[in-house]
Design a binder for this molecule. Structure first.
Ligand SMILES: [Zn+2]
Ligand SMILES: [Zn+2]
Length: 114
């Protein structure tokens, strides 16, 4: 996965087309939404994107899969299944998991340093 492209495609979570972003299958996520999403993951509280839509934590195994990696649960080393925390933007039908947010944050950190 590489950063800073998906040029011209709106962020799946806020709709902005500007700034650094990390591409996903359904569309990219922007830097601001990665930051906001990580805060939601951190304390579970809902937050608004710069687009004014709400990001909320989702833990139900029945809720939508992460659109970046296609998972809704983690397989542990022993083959046990653990719920995978996701952040969704119901207004835009967009979902990303905690792991993909972490990864996107790392990618953007590296991209912004260059
Ligand atoms: Zn965004
Ligand atoms: Zn994911």
């Amino acid at each position: 996965m590489t950063a800073a492209n998906g040029a011209g495609r709106p962020c799946r979570f806020c709709g902005t087309v500007r700034g650094p972003r990390v591409p996903g299958k359904a569309g990219p996520i922007c830097l601001e939404c990665v930051r906001t999403g990580l805060r939601v993951v951190g304390d579970g509280a809902d937050r608004e994107t710069t687009g004014g839509d709400v990001l909320a934590a989702v833990t139900s195994p029945l809720a939508a899969v992460c659109e970046f990696c296609g998972r809704r649960e983690r397989r542990t080393f022993l083959g046990l299944r653990r719920p995978l925390l996701r952040v969704d933007c119901a207004a835009r039908d967009a979902v990303i998991c905690a792991d993909c947010l972490d990864h996107a944050g790392d990618v953007l950190n590296v991209a912004l340093r260059h």
